[in-house]
Design a protein around this ligand. Structure first.
Ligand SMILES: [Zn+2]
Length: 287
């Protein structure tokens, strides 16, 4: 997956924070569970131990906006995030009237957010309170080393598209009234996560088409790479790696098969096809 070197990615809003800017981790344990439920992460790894109370988000003094060219987006991991943001920002208003775009914050190690303090161990997440996506790009290394993913460029874009999908769910009200505490293969949590995978796929399927495209069409191998990432972050795969066996009743993000299925559903369709709340448990792909 490459960006068209002649395309304009200047509208992608991405800022980078310096190491340990705005540290908010380490507050009392009383705030931990609440904070964990307020964020929407990319994987179902238990994040509560990596979150603290914090004191709200907003810019820190050590934060600067990226200003990359499309060519740089092909070579530089931070610039690739900006390219994704520019493409997502162009894509979503075509499907959701008045869709706003979240800002993406790239940080290192730990940072303060509108959802409290977070360390990089949380993995990428969306914070509804400040409508920002938080990403430590070392997560891609973790995908390779810990989860066995190849984590190539299209897989990296899938991660960003997934978190952007949570923003779409937030601003359209899809998240409202859903039980974010629920777990299990057909829980609200899993349906939200699979829908975010589907939204990511829908964007990537469309982003490489049309005259004003920013992305060049992906190769088969790049698509396989994204599917591989989807599989490695399935709850069953993570649980087998971290606790030796899968326990479906505790799933929050869906199985490897389901995450692949819904990424592809979006990729071959559009956001309308991401109807994870309208299908049976069996159709979700988890049973
Ligand atoms: Zn998610």
């Amino acid at each position: 997956m490459t960006f068209d070197p002649n395309s304009d990615i200047s509208k992608g809003r991405v800022s980078k924070r310096g190491r340990n800017a705005g540290i908010g981790v380490g507050a009392g344990a009383g705030g931990l569970v609440i904070v964990a439920l307020l964020i929407q992460a990319f994987t179902g790894v238990d994040v509560s131990q990596f979150l603290g109370g914090g004191t709200g988000g907003g810019a820190t003094s050590d934060e600067s906006a990226l200003s990359c060219s499309a060519q740089q987006a092909n070579d530089d991991i931070d610039c690739r995030v900006q390219g994704a943001a520019a493409s997502l920002r162009a894509y979503w208003p075509q499907h959701v009237d008045g869709a706003t775009d979240p800002k993406i914050i790239i940080f290192e190690d730990q940072t303060n957010t509108g959802c409290g303090g977070a360390t990089a161990a949380v993995g990428p997440f969306y914070c509804p309170a400040d409508q920002q996506i938080y990403l430590d790009t070392s997560f891609y290394d973790q995908l390779r080393s810990q989860f066995g993913s190849t984590a190539g460029p299209l897989a990296q874009l899938y991660v960003i598209g997934h978190e952007w999908g949570h923003h779409i769910q937030h601003i359209t009200g899809i998240t409202d009234g859903k039980d974010l505490r629920a777990t299990g293969p057909a829980s609200d949590s899993v349906r939200l996560e699979l829908q975010a995978d589907c939204f990511a796929g829908a964007w990537l399927g469309a982003a490489a088409q049309g005259d004003d495209r920013i992305l060049e069409p992906p190769t088969r191998q790049e698509i396989d790479d994204a599917l591989n990432a989807a599989a490695t972050v399935g709850d069953d795969n993570i649980q087998e790696k971290t606790q030796g066996q899968a326990t479906p009743e505790s799933w929050t993000h869906g199985s490897s098969a389901a995450r692949q299925k819904w990424f592809l559903t979006g990729y071959n369709g559009d956001p309308q096809s991401c109807n994870t709340f309208d299908v049976s448990a069996a159709q979700l792909g988890d049973s």
